[in-house]
Design a binder for this molecule. Structure first.
Ligand code: OSB
Ligand code: MG
Length: 382
């Protein structure tokens, strides 16, 4: 077997720039509509942003955590603590990103906190080098497939209306949230009305193995996959469920890095993986997982955390990487916010594809006045 180089090998050799200033700014952006899931209903995105300044260049990154631990154990509060007290003290100018990752391993977990720093450094290096982030990742520009995640709705009619407008916009696939008691009938209603839409469901861990007969009913609807049906940390029981279901299982919450992905694949716990770059600790680990999966015929796609335009741009650049074979949760800015903190907004073209921003770094303009307007907390760490 020939071993191809790691897709992150070149990135591991990049040097950490001198950091003149490091700021954390938490912003709160109201959603255009509440986003309902089996675990919580969010009405706004409270995002902790990091700004790195080095010799006149500045780069922004976004911690993808929420203020609460309802989707994931990290919160904006734990990420701030881990970044300030444990991770930033490990960052030294001149060291390589590979060395930094190795040092970060001493801190267990907290991938979202780690990703905030690693992604910020990559954006900073790309900005200083005058290249877009995807080029720094070694990837050519390409159009990105689109996908929308539709939250739980109050009525089937409201759900059908939301799916209808997504289909009209030419989204490449539609994901609908489900929970116990709001599943098979709702999926059937969508499938009956939209027989051809590429459709999938996301349970955010609401079921247990005892619900296998119910989950198996979903096999009737030609779904692309069912995302995280069982508990948020489980791999083993998903393997048992996958044996009983025709529909592919996709893991989201359970995958915290390459080791989890490898375990899940070898156990047969899933046939698809949702890579959220924050949840797995950053862009480099995301590329490793995507490559690992591509080598084994496992599809991956880029998940989302309802990010602002900063995190959304990172997710878009990541999807140029090898292995991202399926449309992800990358939808138009207007699906989340009336006014974002970066310009231009993400828009679908007539064919449903999304253009990659091609300026240096993130390729989008971060709007400081809007960040100030939305800020709920600001601190200069250095
Ligand atoms: O489970 O994928 C999820 C949003 C917040 C937390 C968890 C999830 C989601 C989404 C929406 O499904 C993703 C997006 O549109 O950014
Ligand atoms: Mg999910």
């Amino acid at each position: 077997m020939t071993l191809s180089p790691s897709p992150a090998a070149a990135l591991e050799k990049l040097a950490v720039p001198r950091l003149d200033h490091i700021d954390l700014v938490t912003v709160k952006l109201p959603f255009v509509a509440p986003f309902g899931t089996s675990v919580y209903v969010w009405t706004d995105k409270e995002a902790m942003l990091m700004r790195l300044e080095s010799g006149g260049a500045a780069a922004w990154s976004e911690c993808v955590s929420d203020p609460d631990p309802f989707y994931f154990y990290e919160t904006n509060g734990t990420a701030r603590h881990i970044i300030k007290d444990f991770l930033l003290p490990l960052v030294e100018p001149g060291m390589t990103l590979g060395d930094l990752e190795a040092r970060f391993r001493h801190v267990r977990g907290h991938g979202m906190a780690k990703a905030t720093i690693e992604n910020g450094l990559l954006v900073l290096i790309a900005t200083q080098s005058g290249v877009p982030l995807h080029a720094l990742l070694g990837r050519p520009a390409k159009k990105i497939m689109s996908g929308i995640s539709i939250g739980l709705k109050e009525t089937p009619d409201a759900l059908l209306a939301a799916v209808g407008s997504a289909v009209a916009k030419k989204y490449h696939r539609v994901k609908m949230k489900i929970k116990k008691g709001q599943d098979v009938d709702w999926v059937r209603a969508v499938r009956d009305r939209f027989p051809d839409v590429r459709l999938m469901v996301d349970a955010n861990g609401d079921y247990s193995l005892a619900d296998a007969p119910r989950l198996r009913e979903l096999d009737a609807f030609d779904l692309m996959m069912v995302e995280q049906p069982l508990s948020y940390n489980d791999i083993f029981q998903h393997a048992a469920l996958q044996k009983e279901m025709k529909t592919a299982i996709c893991l989201d919450e359970s995958i915290h890095g390459l080791d989890d992905a490898a375990a899940a694949i070898s156990l047969g716990a899933c046939r698809v993986i949702n890579i959220k770059q924050g949840r797995v600790g950053g862009l480099m680990e995301s590329m490793r997982i995507a490559r690992y999966c591509a080598d084994r015929g496992v599809d991956v796609w880029s998940g989302g955390m309802d990010e602002t335009g900063i995190g959304r741009a990172v997710n878009i650049h990541l999807q140029t990487a090898e292995g991202f074979t399926l449309p992800g949760d990358t939808s138009e800015t207007s699906n989340y916010f009336d006014e974002d903190i970066a310009e231009p907004p993400v828009l679908l073209g007539p064919d449903g594809f999304i253009d990659i921003p091609d300026g240096p770094g993130l390729g989008v303009r971060v709007m400081p006045d809007r960040i100030l307007k939305r800020a709920v907390r600001m601190e200069r760490l250095r």
